[in-house]
Design a protein around this ligand. Sequence first.
Ligand code: PEP
Length: 229
Amino acid sequence: MIFAANFKTNHTRVTTREYIESLSSMLENGDTDQEVFVFPPSTALDSFDAPIVVGTQNAYTAQNGAFTGEIGLDQLDEFGIKTILIGHSERREVLGETQEIVAKKFAFFKEQGFKIIYCIGEPLEIREQGDQAVVEYLMAQFDGIDTEYEDMILAYEPIWAIGTGRSATVEEIASTHKALRATISRPILYGGSAKPANIKEIISIDNVDGVLVGSASLDATNFYSMITS
Ligand code: PEP
């Protein structure tokens, strides 16, 4: 199983290091063989000696250059970062990334050999229209994306379930992942209010290969309890 922690705009450089040291020691002492990723804010990116893959939540499609406020390959290479989140709904909805921008980013980081956690998800008004509408909406988020890229992990994250405390139901996750599996042979994560109380149920659903976790990942002990659930 894959367990990925998305810190978003939480944690500092100091608390990220403390978190990674603490989670690493729990993982090393706990004899677990799950695959663990952590995506700290870009100010906290660093080289860590840990049984954890540290990735970036975002980066610009350039080696370096005049892109105020962005980071590029030079800044990632410094710490050996080769993993990126692309297409997260907060970047699409809050920061205005269109499918065109997302697809360009995917192509660039694929070309650079990055592992890409590619996020897709529907808003509530689409979910309320039923399974068929959801699948059509999600398929449009594959426009311009090489869905056969061998270093892609897909994350299905219904927007209405992110940070709301309301996870999708087992039936909603099962039917959506089953539909996605028809197109995607890579691992498929679920994301959206996954937490210690529902993690066992979520990871036992067919075609769920792990979880992408926001709020419940911010505390290392909490996240570790999910990993070992
Ligand atoms: C996320 O933003 O990727 C996420 C799944 O957040 P949360 O777990 O807080 O819903």
